[in-house]
Design a protein around this ligand. Structure first.
Ligand code: WT7
Length: 665
C-alpha cells in the first residue's frame, strides 16, 4: 500500500487495493469473498427463491406473500404482491418487547448544537400520535401528503406517520423553490402539506411555511385541504384560518396508540421527484414491501450495522439517501442514528468531525462533495482538520451520490478513517431504492474510485446500444438486467415515460437502463461509473436536468431569447452548471453582463431552487447550431471546459460563434 501524496497518487490509482481489514472481517456478517460469491450463486440458482428468503428474513408481514415475482406485464414488475405489511411497523412496532425498545433510535443535533435523543419506544409513541392527528384531519390510506420539512426528528416522524396510515408521502427538499413545490403538489395530487415555520441552517432562520404559502398561491393546488406546521422556532409565521394548523393544535388530545394500516406489498410508500434528461422532474414511485426489504438488507450487507453502532448518514430526508438511510433503513435495522439539522461548515468546517467524536459515531456515510469541501477547508485551516478530534469510534465509512475521486478517497481513508476503516463507495439512484453496486466491507477488497461489485441478487451489466454485453475493459451503458424488489415501480401518472426512460425498446424493453456509463476492470471485474450518458448533471451529488434549467431560463421572457445548459467538470462540486444565453436585447458586456447574469441566477433560484443556479453564464449573439437548427451541445461542453474545439464543425451554420462564446464569460 502506498501513502504517496497527490501527484503520484493519481498515477498509481489502479494499483492500490485495500483488502478488508481482518479485524473488521472477523465480526462481519459477510466476512469473505466466498460468502459473497455463495450469495450470488444462490441468486443465480434460484432467483425468486433467493429474494423470497430475504423477504421472509427481513420483513415482518402481516399477511405472508405466496407469490414472489410477477413478470406478467413487463416492465411493471410486481414483488410479493399478495403479501401485506406496514412500513412503520417494520421500523418501530417490531422492536417493542425486544432489547431495542428502550435503545436510542435518534440522536438529534440541532444547527446550534443542542442535542435531543429519542428511544424507539418514544419514537413509536410520537409517530402513532402524529398518525392519529393526521387521521383526525381526514388523511387516509392512498392519499398523497407533501412533506417540506427540515432535518429534524419531526421530519422523520411525519414520514413514518404517513407510512403508518398507508398515505403516500412525497418529500420535497427544503432548498427547492415555491414554484418547484407547487409543481410537485399538482403532479402528485397532494391533499395536505406538512411543513415547518422556519428551518435553521448555518445559524440562519429560513422560511419554509412562507414558501408553501407562495406555492399554494401559484394555483392548481385546490386539492390541498390542510397545511400542518411544525413550530421549529419561536418566530411567528402567517397562518391561513381553516387551512393551516400547528402541530400543537392537531396533536392535542391524540392518543399515542395507533394501529398500523396493513397495505399490499405494491402499495406506493412514497413518490420522490428527481430530474430526468427531458421535461419536468419525474415522480419516482416506490412500493412498500420490496423497498423495506432492501432498506433493511443493505443496512446489514453494505454497512454491516451492529447493535452497538452509532450510524450517521448526512443526507437530507428530501433525497432518496435520506429516505432509505435515515427515515427507514436504520430504524428497520434497529440502529441508533444521528440526525443532523445543520450544515458541515457551521460554525466551522470541523463540525462533522466534532460530531463524530461527540456522539461516538461508528459508521459515517456522506457525499464526495462534502469530503472535497472539507479537505479544502482543512488545507487552509489546520484548526478544522479531522486530526483535531478523536475519531477512534469510527469503524466504517461510506460515500454516495457521485464518483469519488481517488485523491478524496485516500484523504478520507487516512485522515477520517485512520487507515483502519473500509470505505463503501455505494452506487445507486433514486430509482433503485437502495444500494445496487457496493463493496461488502468485511469481504470486498477496495479500489479507490470504484464502487466494486453488484450486491448479491443485483444483475448489473455493461452493454452496448443494442443491449449486448461488453467485455471487461470496454466502456458502455450500465444496466440491471433482472427486476429486483426495491426498483422503481412507475413514474407517477406517466407509465409511458416510465417505459421510455428506463426500459427502452432498443434494449428489449425489460432491462433497466441506469443512465450512467460504466466500465469493468479487466483484473477484477470491478465497476467504475464514468458519469451520466444523458442530459442529467450531478452537481454536489444533486441531480439536475439541463432541460429543466434551460426551461427556467427561457421562462424569463423579458430578457432571454434562447438558452442552452451543459455541465463542466468542477474540482469541488463534481460538475458545475454552465449556461449559454442569447438575450433579446443583444449581447451584453462588462458591468451590464454581470448584472444580467446575477438577475438570471436569482431567477433560476426562484424557478427551481438555489442548487440549480448556473455557475457560469456566457452570453452570445447566437448558439452553435446545425443547418437544421439543432444546438450542438458537444461543442458547448468543450467550450465550457475551456478546451480547444477538435470536433468536426462542418455541419455548423455559424462557426464564428464558437470563438465568441469561448471568449465570453
Ligand atoms: C446518480 C443518481 C442514490 C444516491 C444519491 C444520488 C450518481 C450515485 C454514485 C457513486 C458514482 C454515483 C450516478 C447516478 N451516483 N452514486 N457511488 N459513484 N456515481 O441519487 O440523485 O438519483 O442520482 O448519481 O450518476 O445515476 P440520484
Amino acid at each position: 500500500m502506498t501513502t504517496a501524496s497527490s501527484p503520484i497518487e493519481s498515477v498509481l490509482v489502479e494499483n492500490r487495493v485495500f483488502p478488508a481489514p481482518a479485524e473488521f472481517a472477523a465480526k462481519a456478517r459477510i466476512s469473505g469473498m466466498e460468502q459473497y460469491q455463495a450469495l450470488c450463486a444462490e441468486a443465480e440458482r434460484d432467483y425468486e427463491g433467493f429474494w423470497a428468503r430475504l423477504a421472509r428474513e427481513n420483513v415482518v408481514w402481516s399477511k405472508p406473500f405466496t407469490e414472489v415475482l410477477d413478470s406478467s406485464n413487463p416492465p411493471f414488475f410486481r414483488w410479493f404482491a399478495d403479501g401485506e405489511l406496514n412500513a412503520s411497523a417494520n421500523c418501530l412496532d417490531k422492536h417493542m418487547g425486544t432489547a431495542v425498545e428502550h435503545k436510542t433510535a435518534i440522536i438529534f443535533e440541532a444547527d446550534g448544537g443542542e442535542v435531543t435523543k429519542v428511544s424507539y419506544r418514544e419514537l413509536l409513541d410520537r409517530v402513532s400520535q402524529f398518525a392519529n392527528a393526521l387521521k383526525a384531519q381526514g388523511v387516509q390510506k392512498g392519499d398523497r401528503v407533501l412533506i417540506y420539512m427540515p432535518m429534524t426528528i419531526e421530519g422523520v416522524v411525519a414520514m413514518q406517520a404517513c407510512a403508518r396510515l398507508g398515505a403516500t408521502h412525497s418529500v420535497v427538499f427544503g432548498g427547492f423553490s415555491a414554484k418547484a413545490v407547487q409543481e410537485r403538489i399538482v403532479d402528485v395530487g397532494a391533499v395536505a402539506v406538512i411543513t415547518s415555520n422556519y428551518q435553521m441552517r448555518g445559524g440562519k432562520e429560513l422560511p419554509l411555511k412562507a414558501i408553501v404559502d407562495d406555492a399554494l398561491a401559484l394555483g392548481g393546488c385546490e386539492g390541498v385541504r390542510h397545511v400542518f406546521v411544525y413550530e421549529r422556532t419561536a418566530t411567528a409565521c402567517a397562518m391561513v384560518q381553516g387551512r393551516d394548523k400547528t402541530f400543537g393544535e392537531i396533536l392535542a388530545g391524540q392518543s399515542t396508540d395507533c394501529a398500523p394500516v396493513a397495505v399490499g406489498a405494491e402499495h406506493p410508500l412514497f413518490i420522490l421527484y428527481t430530474s430526468g434528461s427531458t421535461g419536468k422532474p419525474k415522480g419516482v414511485q416506490h412500493c412498500t414491501g420490496g423497498y423495506v426489504l432492501w432498506a433493511k438488507q443493505t443496512m446489514e450487507w453494505t454497512f454491516d450495522v451492529r447493535p452497538e453502532d452509532v450510524f450517521w448518514c448526512t443526507a437530507d430526508i428530501g433525497w432518496i439517501t435520506g429516505h432509505t438511510y435515515v427515515a427507514y433503513g436504520p430504524l428497520a435495522a434497529g440502529a441508533t442514528q444521528i440526525v443532523f439539522e445543520g450544515v458541515p461548515t457551521f460554525p466551522h468546517a470541523g463540525r462533522f468531525w466534532q460530531m463524530i467524536e461527540r456522539h461516538g459515531c461508528s459508521i459515517f456515510y456522506t457525499a464526495p462533495t462534502a469530503i472535497r469541501s472539507l479537505i479544502k477547508a482543512a488545507d487552509s485551516d489546520q484548526a478544522v482538520h479531522p486530526s483535531n478530534w478523536n475519531l477512534s469510534s469510527l469503524r466504517l465509512l461510506g460515500s454516495v451520490g457521485e464518483p469519488i475521486n481517488p485523491e478524496a478517497w485516500m484523504w478520507y481513508y487516512k485522515n477520517v478513517g485512520g487507515e483502519r476503516c473500509p470505505i463503501v463507495d455505494t452506487f445507486w439512484q433514486t430509482e433503485n431504492g437502495g444500494h445496487v453496486i457496493s463493496p461488502m466491507p468485511g469481504a470486498t477488497p477496495l479500489v479507490p474510485g470504484s464502487c466494486t461489485l453488484p450486491l448479491p441478487g443485483i444483475k448489473a451489466a455493461i452493454v452496448d446500444e443494442t443491449g449486448h454485453e461488453l467485455p471487461d475493459g470496454a466502456g458502455g451503458l450500465l444496466v440491471i438486467s433482472k427486476p429486483w424488489p426495491s426498483m422503481i415501480r412507475n413514474i407517477w401518472g406517466d407509465p409511458e415515460r416510465f417505459k421510455k426512460s428506463y426500459f427502452p425498446a432498443e434494449l428489449g424493453g425489460q432491462i433497466y437502463l441506469a443512465g450512467d456509463g460504466a466500465v469493468r476492470s479487466e483484473d477484477r471485474g470491478y465497476f467504475r461509473i464514468t458519469g451520466r450518458i444523458d442530459d442529467v448533471l450531478n452537481v454536489s451529488g444533486h441531480r439536475m436536468g439541463t432541460m429543466e434549467i434551460e426551461s427556467a431560463l427561457v421562462a424569463k421572457t423579458d430578457l432571454v431569447a434562447e438558452a442552452a445548459v451543459v455541465g463542466r467538470p468542477d474540482d469541488l462540486t463534481g460538475e458545475a452548471i454552465c449556461a449559454f444565453v442569447v438575450l433579446k436585447r443583444g449581447r451584453p458586456s462588462g458591468e451590464e453582463a454581470r448584472q444580467i447574469a446575477k438577475e438570471l441566477r436569482d431567477w433560476v433560484a426562484k424557478e427551481i431552487g438555489p442548487i440549480a443556479k448556473p455557475k457560469d453564464i456566457r452570453f452570445g449573439d447566437n448558439l452553435p447550431k446545425t443547418r437544421s437548427g439543432k444546438i450542438m451541445r458537444r461543442l458547448l461542453r468543450s467550450i465550457a471546459k475551456g478546451e480547444a474545439i477538435t470536433q468536426d464543425t462542418s455541419t455548423l451554420e455559424n462557426p464564428a460563434i464558437l470563438d465568441q462564446l469561448a471568449q465570453a464569460n
